[in-house]
Design a protein around this ligand. Structure first.
Ligand SMILES: [Zn+2]
Length: 359
């Protein structure tokens, strides 16, 4: 038999334990609810293998999607289907924005096929084509026809414009041969690398008209200049570096030597560079070396092994999505946090490398 006072103190202990349990459960439920509302406060970027073209899919935490270029046409819908597969993996049924950097076949060629495979909201480009070869003229006409047939929204972007994409800040830094004239936030310091004179030939093709973008997600920054050539890169970083530093560089022009000059790469000092080269396209020795020798670079990733680069110049095999002669269309996926941390996953091996947030 318990005394009355012992029973009272047992009851008080039970009440305290129950109250504690109640608040623990409340905290757990509210945390779970918060996580359910914001299940993934991350930026996902899929580097899709379109065999030496470009197709890079950005998906913001809100689920809004933004595709930079669509790869090649032909090839029995190969590139459109690879883009749709990445979109499905991200849980998308529609691509909100498609940006065409320029009107070459490896960037715009896949538009008619993509339009047949998945709904698209808005197309963004640099304005009219100014390269009048029969091939490029035809590609541009086909693209225009798709815009009209499907009644897509269409934006012509200029340097300095901020694109209306929710969940990330996308600023245009080059378009139609013009480049940014005022620095990005925090950038604009005089650049010592400009003291050594360089003379890059003027590129008169669509490459130099590439629509280049700078993306900010919290503290994480990414730069994608399409196939912008070295003569235009100089204008972005000399005499003042208008771009500042970036965390992730999408290596321009598939790693071809006409772009990704040491002046550009060593001015913006990427932590990680991702090269969308093909097995027989891009991946020049000089660019592989420029990127790998960039001060502070932690890793170069490549969509393909470059035969020109050989054992000496390619990055390590674990950072390559498709090895020589084993092309399975594997991609790379970057996952970024607002604190500036990010990771890159190699679809071929399933291995992920994490990059800590900057101090
Ligand atoms: Zn290209």
């Amino acid at each position: 038999m318990f005394s009355r006072s012992l029973r009272a103190s047992l009851n008080a202990m039970r009440l305290r334990a129950f109250t504690l349990l109640f608040f623990v459960m409340l905290a757990t439920f509210s945390r779970a609810e918060k996580q359910a509302k914001h299940p993934t406060d991350i930026l996902r970027v899929f580097f899709i293998d379109v065999e030496g073209g470009q197709a890079t899919l950005f998906v913001s935490p809100s689920g809004q999607s933004f595709l930079v270029d669509v790869g090649w046409g032909g090839h029995d819908f190969r590139d459109a289907d690879r883009i749709v597969a990445a979109a499905k993996q991200a849980g998308l049924t529609k691509i909100d924005y498609v940006l065409i950097t320029h009107f070459h076949p490896d960037h715009v060629g896949g538009v008619p096929q993509l339009a047949q495979r998945i709904p698209v909201g808005t197309f963004i480009d640099h304005g009219i084509n100014r390269e009048f070869t029969p091939e490029i003229t035809k590609l541009y006409e086909d693209y225009q026809q798709v815009l009209v047939q499907h009644g897509y929204e269409h934006i012509i972007a200029r340097p300095g414009d901020v694109l209306p994409i929710n969940g990330m800040d996308v600023k245009v830094v080059s378009a139609d041969g013009d480049v940014l004239r005022t620095p990005l936030r925090g950038a604009g310091k005089p650049n010592e690398l400009c003291n050594t004179p360089v003379d890059y030939p003027e590129d008169k093709s669509e490459n130099a008209r590439s629509l280049g973008i700078h993306i900010t997600f919290g503290r994480l920054t990414l730069l994608d200049l399409g196939d912008l050539t070295a003569d235009k890169e100089v204008e972005l970083v000399c005499r003042n570096n208008l771009l500042g530093y970036v965390d992730v560089l999408v290596v321009s022009h598939h790693g071809w030597k006409e772009s990704s000059s040491p002046l550009l790469v060593h001015s913006i000092l990427p932590r990680v560079a991702i090269m969308d080269n093909g097995e027989t396209k891009g991946g020049s020795v000089s660019v592989l070396d420029t990127v790998k020798s960039s001060p502070g670079l932690e890793d170069l990733w490549q969509l393909h092994y470059s035969p020109e680069g050989g054992e000496l110049h390619n990055t390590q095999p674990g950072r390559i999505a498709n090895l020589l002669g084993k092309d399975e269309g594997k991609g790379l996926e970057l996952t970024g946090g607002r604190d500036g941390s990010f990771s890159v996953m190699n679809e071929r091996t399933g291995e992920t490398k994490r990059y800590a947030r900057p101090q």
